[in-house]
Design a protein around this ligand. Structure first.
Ligand code: AHM
Ligand code: MG
Length: 339
């Protein structure tokens, strides 16, 4: 096997921490809590087809009116418990909860970081055995240490992220993260319960051959997006072949990961049922934008870098376009010509 068995994610985190003299190790502990929760979740997802008590809907909707799956609830509890137990963050905001949770005790109130998390993205795919993911980001608190966290700690623009990452529960489980010095990917070996560095210094190809969008919404897209999709489908005169291939799983982390490795563009524009796009700025777009940029790609929303958008509310949605640099450059030109 070509996985570099000698470097575990734990060793990699410690090594990276050593490159920052004066580091307190708090960020490392957060990553390690996320790592632990993801192993528990990976185990549950792998047996989802067998265990009726974890498969399917809980029969009620989450805070945003979406059907909540049993595994959504399990994932949310698992990540929040793992993060609160270590006393290294002062609060967490989750896509599954209406508001943030303040870890309001003496130890956690002294912590300097907050975490935002989408514990189980694409959960409606579990019943049909399609890859799902967890997305997270870490910010330094803005409020005073020793006090309970406040909303402003969670409403920071993506530029302020200290770390972000995702876990994909696919044909294998992978953890991919950045702390602002490149992107590294780790593959889980379930036989010994360890993530090994398998994708060091990930880079997204500058140009790709894949476009990913829910084309069922084509008629509802604005003219610029329709024009861009037609461009993707048009013939490349130098090869007499279609310019790009279409690939859409409908599970954001899986679509993102494929395009990160192979090169491509992912689009979730506004449509009639989602006038501001479907994806959440804080839980989904900003963390993936940080990874895309660190891997040499780009992420925009209409006329701005996603990383520059200050959130006005926790569950804010924005149109989201992310992927290979030249593909986003071209989309940006078409969007600009419409304004
Ligand atoms: P979720 O956060 O409720 O799971 O929804 C987000 C998911 C993404 O994983 C995926 O990219 C998108 O919804 C797919 O939406 P659509 O079915 O409209 O194409
Ligand atoms: Mg989600």
């Amino acid at each position: 096997m070509s996985i570099m068995k000698n470097v575990t994610v734990g060793e990699f985190i410690v090594e990276s921490q050593n490159n920052f003299p004066g580091s307190t190790g708090e960020l490392s502990k957060i990553l390690s809590a996320i790592k632990l929760a993801s192993k528990i979740l990976s185990h549950q997802i792998n047996k989802a087809g067998l265990a009726k008590e974890i498969l399917g809907s809980v029969g009620k909707e989450n805070t945003q009116g979406e059907d909540q799956q049993k595994l959504d609830v399990f994932a949310n509890d698992t990540f929040i418990n793992a993060l609160s137990a270590r006393g290294v963050i002062c609060g967490v905001a989750s896509e599954e909860n209406r508001s943030f949770i303040a870890f309001n005790d003496n130890v956690n109130n002294d912590a300097k970081y907050v975490v935002l998390i989408d514990p189980l993205d694409g959960s409606s795919n579990i019943d049909v055995n399609v890859s799902v993911g967890t997305i997270f980001s870490v910010y330094k608190r803005q409020s005073k240490k020793g006090q309970p966290v406040e909303m402003k700690d969670f409403l920071q623009s993506g530029n302020c992220q200290v770390a972000s990452g995702y876990i994909i529960y696919g044909s294998s489980t992978m953890l991919v993260y950045t702390t602002g010095s490149g992107v590294n990917g780790f593959t889980f070996d379930p036989s010994i319960g360890v993530f090994f560095l398998s994708h060091p210094n990930m880079k997204i190809p500058k140009e790709g051959k894949l476009y990913s969008v829910n084309e069922g919404n084509f008629a509802e897209f604005c003219p610029a997006i329709r024009e861009y999709i037609k461009f993707c489908q048009s013939e490349d005169l130098s090869t007499n072949k279609r310019k790009y291939n279409s690939r859409y799983i409908g599970s954001l982390v899986a679509d993102f990961q494929r395009n990160l490795i192979k090169g491509g563009i992912y689009l979730y524009p506004s449509n009639l049922s989602h006038p501001n796009g479907k994806l959440r700025l804080t839980y989904e777009c900003a963390p993936l934008a940080f990874i895309a940029e660190q891997a040499g790609g780009r992420a925009i929303s209409k006329d701005k870098r996603v990383m520059e958008i200050p959130p006005s509310e926790l569950h804010q949605r924005v149109p989201f376009f992310v992927g290979s640099k030249y593909m986003i450059d071209h989309l940006e030109e078409i969007l600009a010509s419409e304004r």
